[in-house]
Write a protein that binds this ligand. Structure first.
Ligand SMILES: Nc1ncnc2c1ncn2[C@@H]1O[C@H](COP(=O)(O)OP(=O)(O)OP(=O)(O)O)[C@@H](O)[C@H]1O
Ligand SMILES: N[C@@H](CCO)C(=O)O
Length: 319
């Protein structure tokens, strides 16, 4: 349940009164999500999402994340805009925690996407990559290769092999490969970097919302496509590749933005990097999150399986 902080009726009413959004009608805690506390707020005028930033997000970075939502939404991307308070502030503090009110977008996250939905996601991602061209803020990538390496080393061989025998060899070997082959100089901008199905709201075959931009940073557009590919194109657990979803996702992306020859050539290594990104953060959480913590640990092996697939077939996919 992702409501870590209790907000009483008076706190909520006082908060909502600071915005020009009508009067508070109801507030319900949202169970999904693990990083922040979220409430669905209904006022006499509309619905909103209230987010309280709990664990991971430094308040100093909020102007970047919230500014990005506003920029993308103004460009016509299906991204919720930030509601500013009556003084124009994008976030407020309740005691020592920052809160932001965000536009509510309709739609649901899909568990088993269809090709039509994958195509729409590819196309929405391409739209995003065009829309960031004139976003004026910088977002440093803190979840890049150096961090994957650090997370894996913190876990150490013994603990990795307790997750699954042989995982440490796979991870160390892959990190050396990536260190030698990671490309430079590809087209880049501020990209989402975490566009999993649970961060996309859909109405049928239409993308109605792209949410959770809290891993956004400056990186290669093609890396963002690789992350999205790894997140969408497999059966649960990463056991089976879904070729029809892959073709649809890539076709959707190509309908909005063509990959250059150089980007295509680098896709196999970027796909392997995308797997290491989630393998390393999940392995770290697996090892260091207490089993009785509120946060649900995600299985790193889901991405070890995807990594095996891309090692064997990545080049063929982009031949
Ligand atoms: N703008 C929005 N419109 C509608 N629903 C939203 C919106 N933002 C968030 N939600 C709902 O709230 C849930 C949690 O949001 P989100 O994924 O951003 O939380 P989080 O704690 O940051 O997540 P994560 O687990 O990815 O770290 C989403 O699954 C979605 O159901
Ligand atoms: N989407 C990531 C979690 C970070 O938001 C994962 O599935 O491991």
């Amino acid at each position: 349940m992702a409501v870590y902080t209790h907000l009483g009726a008076e706190d909520l009413a006082e908060l909502i009164a600071a915005y020009d959004v009508g009067e508070l009608v109801s507030a319900k805690g949202i169970a999904e999500g693990v990083s922040n506390s979220n409430w669905l707020i209904e006022t006499t005028r509309a619905r909103y999402i209230l987010t309280m930033y709990e664990l991971r997000i430094d308040t100093a970075h909020l102007p970047f994340f919230l500014g990005l939502l506003d920029h993308l939404s103004a460009k016509g991307c299906p991204v919720p805009r930030t509601i500013h308070d009556c003084d124009g502030a994008a976030f407020r503090m309740i005691e020592d925690k920052a809160v932001a009110l965000i536009e509510f977008l309709p739609g649901v996250s899909v568990d088993h996407p269809t090709p039509g939905q994958a195509k729409a996601v590819g196309s929405a991602l391409a739209q995003l990559h065009h829309a960031v061209a004139d976003f004026p803020m910088q977002g440093i990538q803190t979840m890049g290769l150096a961090e994957w390496d650090r997370l894996i080393h913190q876990c150490g061989s013994e603990r990795l092999d307790t997750i699954s025998p042989g995982l440490s060899d796979l991870a160390y070997e892959e990190l050396s490969y990536l260190a030698m082959h990671w490309p430079g100089g590809l087209p880049h901008g501020v990209v989402h970097c975490d566009l999993f199905p649970d961060n996309v709201l859909m109405l049928g075959d239409r993308v109605s919302g792209l949410i959770d931009f809290y891993f956004s940073a400056d990186d290669f557009f093609a890396y963002d496509l690789a992350v999205t590919h790894a997140a969408w194109c497999f059966s649960p657990g990463g056991h089976q590749f879904r070729p029809e979803i892959s073709s649809a996702l890539l076709a959707g992306y190509a309908s909005g933005r063509a990959l250059s020859d150089e980007e295509r050539d680098q896709m196999p290594v970027l796909l392997r990097g995308a797997c290491m990104r989630f393998l390393s953060s999940r392995a770290y959480d697996w090892v260091f999150t207490p089993t009785d913590a509120l946060v649900v640990r995600k299985d790193p092996m889901d991405f070890a399986r995807r990594l095996d697939f891309y090692r064997a077939n990545g080049k063929e996919l982009f031949a």
